[in-house]
Design a protein around this ligand. Structure first.
Ligand code: ATP
Ligand code: MG
Length: 173
């Protein structure tokens, strides 16, 4: 019997939300599963994980962000890009092609009023039974936490940034 997929949330202010999700992708891939990653609200930076993703069969990777959401003059286009990204997420979830879908930084969509949280709940409740979904990002909405099976809050005790150390290649990107 195939096991039921999980709904997992990695939230909180500490480091490790995205990288823990990618560690789970590694596991799924190792068992021959298929993985889809959709990154919301992120720019086109040279992230090591994206470079690596291109070399991995069974891993599909989509970037749905134009950069900094805080630039107010871009708010409409950021909203449009985020909504397009969400439509892609719906399509990929419904396709039943995957064992794991990672929706990276999706918690910011309801936080910035780009999307009603009920849309994300509908996506989670309508997922194929075998599919696991991981949502990442700070300040996960209580309604998302309610429907999830596993929720982890990353708590920062220290971060190298606090001492003025810059983002490090291979560690932060
Ligand atoms: P990672 O991608 O390293 O797993 P994350 O997904 O938990 O981190 P994000 O909020 O997505 O964290 O932030 C991404 C970037 O911010 C990463 O470079 C990460 O190292 C850095 N970061 C995460 N937490 C903190 C923190 N508490 N203080 C400063 N920088 C942080
Ligand atoms: Mg992250």
């Amino acid at each position: 019997m195939k096991s039921r997929g999980r709904i997992i949330i990695n939230t909180g202010n500490g480091k490790g939300k995205t990288t823990a999700a990618l560690g789970t992708a590694f596991r799924t891939l190792g068992h021959g599963g298929k993985v889809c990653v959709i990154q919301f609200l992120k720019g086109q930076g040279q992230y090591g994980e994206r470079v690596m993703a291109e070399k991995i069969d069974n891993l599909d990777w989509f970037i749905c962000g134009k950069g900094f959401v805080f630039k107010k003059e871009n708010i409409d286009s950021d909203r449009d890009v985020a909504r397009e990204g969400f439509q892609l997420a719906l399509e990929k979830v419904k396709s039943d092609q995957y064992d794991l879908v990672i929706l990276d930084e999706i918690t910011y969509l309801p936080l910035y009023d780009f999307l009603d949280v009920t849309k994300i709940i509908e996506l989670l409740e309508g997922k194929p039974d075998r599919l696991s979904i991981i949502l990442t990002g700070r300040d996960a909405d209580p309604q998302l936490i309610e429907v999830a099976d596993t929720v982890t809050v990353m708590e920062p005790l220290k971060h190298a940034y606090d001492t003025g150390i810059k983002a490090q290649k291979g560690i932060e990107f």
